[in-house]
Design a protein around this ligand. Sequence first.
Ligand code: SAM
Length: 286
Amino acid sequence: MKYEGPRMSRSTEKFPAKHHSKKSLGQNFLVDNSVIAHIIDAVHPRADEIIIEIGPGRGALTERLVEKAGHLIAIEFDRDLISRLGARFSSHKNFRLVEGDALATDFCGFLEPNQQVRVVANLPYNVATAILQRLIEQRSCISEMVLMLQREVVERITAIPGSSERGFLSVLVEAYCEAENLFDVSPGAFRPVPKVWSSVVRLSLRQNVSERLKNPELLWAIVGVGFAHRRKTILNNLRQAPEKLGELLKRHGGAGIILCEAGVAPQRRAETLTLEEWSSIASVLE
Ligand code: SAM
């Protein structure tokens, strides 16, 4: 790790008297000690590793992680919390606080080449799936993620083919991660109390992503178009593919022929397709 000692990107400004939670930043803070302990048990931080925590908030997980992990890098967007976190944790030599937006953070940039991290987060609900997609994009330096998400999002992530919850995110996560739904957390474990239940999921990044994901850009364009209108068949969705993909489909004989070559019945709906079937459609177009 490019270790620069405990530091904050901005100075320890004055300690705010009281921090008011911001709905716009998905701030539902964990207050239930048994849930916090359960998450830390699931992470099992080690002295020989670097952990990145996204959205440390008021430090509920941070204080346990910093005790056990070799290095902890915490990325927080809320400047009011940055000053509190700095005051509370900057005496820990293994702690680095970064003020920033996880959606725009180069996670691998904190590390030396070939170093790997694990990511831990109680993700802000409003941008949780976008942050998850960003983490998957940066998978080259991430070995595992233990994430708290809305229960409904975890159900989508782990949905198998044929399930009505299956969508773009399910296929994306299946391609790159092994997902283990660990446990559910009730709204009462947070302040303010959210309206929905949460779940903690472990996503282990696959070391050998399938050989068949040779052209990921094309694959994700197809999956995106395939799920564009959930009530339509895969054929009708592909027929309405926008410009670049639409032209490619035409050059290969049109959506019907391509589905036939890939062995996918045109009347099926996107949620029934397996990752292998999506990959077969992409292979026909390569
Ligand atoms: N980890 C704390 C806990 O469990 O109590 C706080 C979790 S709270 C659900 C989400 C945290 O993510 C908040 O501290 C919020 O300010 C922060 N956050 C929101 N959007 C963010 C972003 N784009 N990048 C980094 N942190 C963000």
